[in-house]
Design a protein around this ligand. Structure first.
Ligand code: HEM
Length: 459
């Protein structure tokens, strides 16, 4: 455990840990004889099991997972209550700490309220137009290089390939480290940290993933610590250099440790989510060649208009890939559920939920509610035309979260996706391998069970 964070003053000293008895008045699960078996069963089919619980218990229910008791709140209204967090009832840090604090302490999602607001504002300088334009240049050249290797190659597994490419892209645009051996070492250390953050064994015992994760963190922290003095006061276009020179409203720079923690966290927040999102897009586009054609036609039209490379100004013109991306995020959200902890008692849909409750909201299920999304299983990007989006609840589609903790990198993610498909689809076609099963492991971050074997066929 890390020392309590400075912002933890808002946490009531006597915040209880509600038990089954405290939640017994809610509909929901009964205690399992062997709780771990329940978790194992859930992990076999998170989507099916969660949907069955909503069917059985409704949109507010008691659940037992990973050994503890919590409350699930389902639907747009629940998302608004928790994410918008008007009355400051819900703590993000207390929700995410159990998963992230060992390896990614003090990242934005592990802060709350004033401290969070100040840090978020300071970091947002790295996502303004000028630096974004620079990142797009890095993305364009790295993606073009990566795709050139795939086009015309025999069948390969897409998921590991895009994971590696996303890491290389991050080394360039996040860290300003050119592709090569240095980038590879950083990638390895970083992958070890991410894997450890979801490892079952939470202690860094010898030979465990957690031990490798802790070593990875040491490596990354040493890398950042050595680089920070070289980046301070020097104009640099990568995210790391931007963060090294970012100041708060009083003009103060972040401390070295704050920069290390934010950078580790930013890379973690960006990496598996983007990898998962692009993989799901490949899955749906592979299954719906008519949408590949529509995306390609648009890319070619924009290319003809703007000439050559994808520019920052041309991004909004790529409306079709944006709709396909949104529909893909609806069906396979990279962050399927989000944890919070209630700092005070609250009432939702006539249910009184006690202070201290572990509260989970669930985009994966909200995105498939039939009263919000007619024919929810159908892949239909036209749901996201301006016309069809009218009147939809603001919190019905929440792959990037919402409210104060809404994804800080969402424009970066759109940009990376647009750049990727610009380079991929203009002159190629996605051809899923005949043996591809089309099944996703939906939790904790979705990925295809068999790695998504496919070919990229040059046109
Ligand atoms: C498709 C890709 C992505 C998805 C689906 C996604 C999703 C999310 C979600 C759901 C949250 C909110 C979690 C919560 O409230 O509990 C979040 C937060 C965050 N994301 Fe993303 N993300 C993506 C890409 C990125 C990228 C590329 C970056 C950085 C360049 C990034 C940086 C962050 C940060 C810093 C936060 C914390 C914000 C805060 O707490 O104020 N994400 N993301």
């Amino acid at each position: 455990m890390n020392a309590p964070h400075p912002s933890s003053a808002f946490i009531p000293a006597d915040l209880p840990e509600p038990t089954y008895a405290d939640l017994a008045h809610l509909p929901g699960m009964e205690p399992a004889r062997v709780p771990v078996l329940r978790t194992i069963d859930f992990l076999k089919d998170p989507l099916g099991r969660s949907a069955a619980m909503v069917e059985r218990y409704g949109r507010v229910f008691r659940r037992q997972d990973f050994g503890g008791w919590g409350v699930s709140l389902i639907g747009p209204e629940a998302n608004e209550l928790v994410m918008f967090n008007k009355d400051k009832i819900f703590s993000s840090s207390l929700g995410w700490n159990p998963v992230l604090e060992n390896l990614f302490p003090n990242g934005l999602m592990l802060m709350d309220f004033d401290e969070h607001r100040i840090h978020r504002k300071t970091l947002s300088v790295a996502f303004k137009t000028e630096p974004m334009k620079h990142y797009l240049g890095e993305l364009n050249s790295g993606i073009a290089r990566g795709i050139a290797k795939w086009s015309g190659a025999p069948t390969f597994k897409f998921y590991p390939a895009i994971k590696a490419l996303t890491l290389d892209l991050a080394a360039a645009s996040f860290l300003g480290v050119p592709w090569g051996p240095d980038g590879d070492k950083i990638n390895r250390a970083f992958v070890d940290m991410v894997l450890a953050s979801v490892a079952i064994v939470r202690k860094p015992l010898p030979l465990t993933q957690m031990r490798r994760g802790v070593k990875g963190r040491e490596f990354m922290s040493a890398f950042f610590a050595a680089e920070i003095p070289k980046r301070r006061g020097v104009a640099g276009d990568d995210i790391f250099s931007q963060v090294c020179n970012a100041t708060n409203d009083e003009g103060a720079l972040l401390t070295n440790q704050e920069i290390i923690d934010h950078m580790n966290f930013l890379m973690m927040a960006a990496h598996d989510t983007t990898t998962s999102a692009i993989t799901s897009l490949m899955h749906f586009l592979g299954q719906h060649p008519e949408w590949q054609d529509r995306v390609r036609d648009e890319i070619r039209a924009v290319k003809a208009e703007t000439g050559g490379e994808l520019t920052y100004e041309a991004l909004p013109k790529l409306e079709t890939i944006e709709m396909v991306f949104k529909e893909s995020l609806r069906l396979i959200p990279p962050v399927p559920s989000m944890p919070r902890r209630a700092l005070r008692e609250f009432t939702f849909m006539n249910h009184v939920i006690p202070a201290g409750s572990h509260v989970g909201i669930n985009p994966m299920i909200t995105h498939r509610l039939a009263d919000v999304w007619p024919e929810p299983e159908k892949f239909d990007p036209t749901r996201f035309t301006a016309e069809n989006s009218k009147g939809r609840h603001k919190y019905a589609w929440v792959p990037f979260g919402g409210g104060g903790h809404m994804c800080l990198g969402l424009h970066f993610a759109y940009m990376q996706v647009k750049s990727f498909f610009w380079h991929l689809l203009a002159d190629n076609r996605i051809v899923p391998a005949p043996e591809y099963k089309g099944q996703f492991i939906m939790f904790p971050i979705p990925k295809p069970r068999d790695g998504l074997p496919l070919r990229i066929e040059a046109l």
